[in-house]
Design a protein around this ligand. Structure first.
Ligand code: BGC
Ligand code: ZN
Length: 376
């Protein structure tokens, strides 16, 4: 009997090929699983990097990897043990899956984003197929429910989890500032503090929105001089946009005052370390970028080191994300929608059919967040 297949977008690394692949239709095999119909999948830098064959790995024994890790889906069927979902519900799946080592405490406690064996896998990236296909099966514990009125935005939940986790971690680190932790009369934990966001792509602009919700004064520091559409969005939400081609890091710091937090979303080492020099007193620097390896470059190491010590600075990396970060992302997309309905919509540059995959994955990167739609 010939098994049913469906269409997916994937890479065949051995042949250095990106193509539409006929992939077997999955079915529920355990009581805690659900079958989900893919609605939309976001395209991101990680996907584009996988298409250069510098990153990404097919599942063991297979020769292709289906792409896609930023997904919104609709539940089609539920296994007999599924408690919190029913057909028709909207869901966002997470990316990382735990390793199997019984001694890996983070993975055993559902915090595979902190896996200590580094034998985790990732859907659409690392040894597990992704969501750029018509249907997929997933366990209940890896899904976050989405209210129907976020149907238009929830595809951005996964990239927003990066900011959610980053900020949660930063606040934990800043608990060291024992006097600073009131909620500033309900004005948000960031009220009175200055934050710089490096980069104005989807991770940067979603991060800027999150920081504004938390009460920070926000400055988006990115390459392209004004006017440009990313700067327009930054200003619509109430951040100040500054081009690093026109204003140096020193002048940026003079303009702002003490920089309490920097959220890096450029994925580029030179700017990241240049701006590290101007992090403020007791400041925290959140790194989210995953640059491809390039030749070494000169950095003001003594200056940076002296500042880190004398100014009690903390530098933290963050890779997404916990189930709580996904729930927070869905919650905050709702807040963004109330506060900036037009700006948050404008982050989605275009919704495309599967035929556009090649242009989106290996063509020139355009816009902010491009999305591939599946099904009817
Ligand atoms: C994804 C993360 C993943 C990382 C590295 C990012 O694009 O959002 O979930 O861990 O790539 O593979
Ligand atoms: Zn991504």
């Amino acid at each position: 009997m010939k098994s049913n297949t469906m269409k997916g977008v994937g890479v065949v690394p051995q042949q250095k090929e990106l193509r539409v692949i006929d992939h077997p239709e999955p079915s529920i095999e355990a009581p805690n699983e659900l079958k989900i119909r893919t609605l939309e999948v976001g395209v991101c830098g990680t996907d584009r990097e996988i298409c250069t064959f510098a990153y990404g790995q097919p599942p063991a024994g297979g020769d292709y990897l289906l792409l896609g890790h930023e997904c919104l889906g609709e539940v089609l069927e539920v296994g007999s043990g599924v408690k919190n979902f029913k057909p028709g519900d909207l869901v966002v799946p997470s990316v990382r899956r735990p390793c199997t080592d019984p001694n890996c405490r983070p993975c055993r406690e559902g915090r595979q984003d902190f896996c200590v064996t580094w034998k985790f896998t990732e859907r659409g990236i690392n040894q597990r197929h992704g969501y750029m296909t018509e249907r997929f099966v997933e366990e209940e514990r890896f899904l976050t429910p989405v209210p129907k009125d976020l149907r238009d935005l929830a595809v951005m939940a996964e990239p927003l989890t990066i900011a959610e986790k980053g900020l949660t971690q930063a606040w934990q680190v800043q608990k060291r500032l024992t006097w600073a932790h009131d909620n500033r009369d309900g004005k948000g934990r960031g009220h009175g503090l200055n934050a710089v966001v490096l980069g104005a792509g989807p991770i940067g602009l979603l991060g800027a929105m999150k920081l504004l919700i938390e009460g920070f004064r926000v400055f988006v520091y990115s390459r392209s001089p004004k006017p440009n559409f990313k700067a327009d969005i930054a200003e619509q939400i109430g951040a100040e946009y500054i081009s690093n081609l026109q204003v140096s890091a020193e002048d940026l710091a003079k303009h702002i005052g003490n920089i309490d937090l920097i959220y890096e979303a450029v994925g580029e080492g030179h700017l990241t370390f240049d701006v590290m020099r101007v992090l403020g007193i007791n400041g925290v620097y959140i790194l989210t970028g995953i640059p491809a390896e390039k030749p070494p470059i000169p950095v003001y190491v003594d200056n940076i080191m002296r500042n880190i010590t004398l100014k009690n600075q903390a530098i933290i990396g963050t890779v997404n994300a916990s189930p709580q970060d996904f729930a927070d992302a869905i919650h905050d997309l709702g807040e963004f929608k109330k506060r900036w309905p037009k700006a948050v919509q404008a982050l989605i540059t275009g919704r495309h059919k599967i035929d556009a995959h090649r242009e989106l994955l290996v063509g020139k990167a355009t816009g902010i967040k491009n999305v591939i739609e599946f099904g009817a």
